[in-house]
Write a protein that binds this ligand. Sequence first.
Ligand code: C2E
Ligand code: CA
Ligand code: CA
Ligand code: CA
Length: 279
Amino acid sequence: SKARHKGDVLFFDDSINARVLYDFTLEEQLRLALENNELSVVYQPQIDVLSGRIHGIEALCRWHNKELSHVSPIDFIAVAENIGMIHDIGWFVIKQACSDFKTLTASVPLPISLSINLSPKQLLQTNFAENITNEIRSSGIDTHNVTLEITENVLISDIIGVSPILEELRKRGFKLSLDDFGTGYSSLSYLSNLPINEIKIDRSFIDKLLTSRESESLVKAIIAIGQSCNMQIVAEGVETQEQYKRLSQYHCDIVQGYYFDKPLSINELSQKYMAIDKT
Ligand code: C2E
Ligand code: CA
Ligand code: CA
Ligand code: CA
């Protein structure tokens, strides 16, 4: 601890003071972010390795605040979960993504998918499967075109609570993706009991793909698991052509990362991708 004295009164370092103040401001500002229209959604393309064409898009939430400037979703999603705002923010992302996806696919009828990140708290909300189905369908989108991303750690921490919800989402047509794969401790047998369609190899392994034997073996093993379990494998955080080449040699299905695109606004996305495929 950075406290100078232990006891009834703690004297914190300035750095801790600054941190506390920052967290306080962040929380206070986050409560107002939705009504002040400070949140938005951007989309990162996912590329099909075999065809080289766009496979789908992942919706990623953004927050720009006057005082705090751009705040990383890693920080504000965690705060939103703690202060109970994740539900409102989660529904905002779902609605915005549906509306943007509808616009995108209406202009050009390409068979692309929409991926949405879900926090475990959203998943465990009463009637979540029913509510998200209604939201997606009322936007005129088929649930079969929607992939829900959940982190591997969520499953490990509450497998009993989460499994039936995953089953229900699958029955309703959604695809399920295991995000940040490799960072948790799930075993193979455990995976085969879950209704998962896709595995996303965590960026940390792609980073070290060409420099660490261990990462290389792990990536190969995950791709092999995917093939034997009939799951699609996505590599996230692909930043170089060399990484892409290697993943393609290993028969990875889908790639995503700065080498192809950064997350784009819906306008940038439709200009860049949809124009190409227009005939
Ligand atoms: P994630 O779901 O693992 O998303 C991938 C993150 O990696 C994104 O960061 C993306 O912008 C970034 N990224 C993509 N390609 C590259 C690359 O080539 N190199 C590097 N260095 N980074 C790359 P972002 O958008 O800052 O999001 C961070 C995390 O915040 C996400 O990780 C996700 O866990 C969470 N998040 C973002 N939006 C939402 C949301 O709407 N709902 C929930 N529950 N979580 C969200
Ligand atoms: Ca994700
Ligand atoms: Ca991820
Ligand atoms: Ca992540």
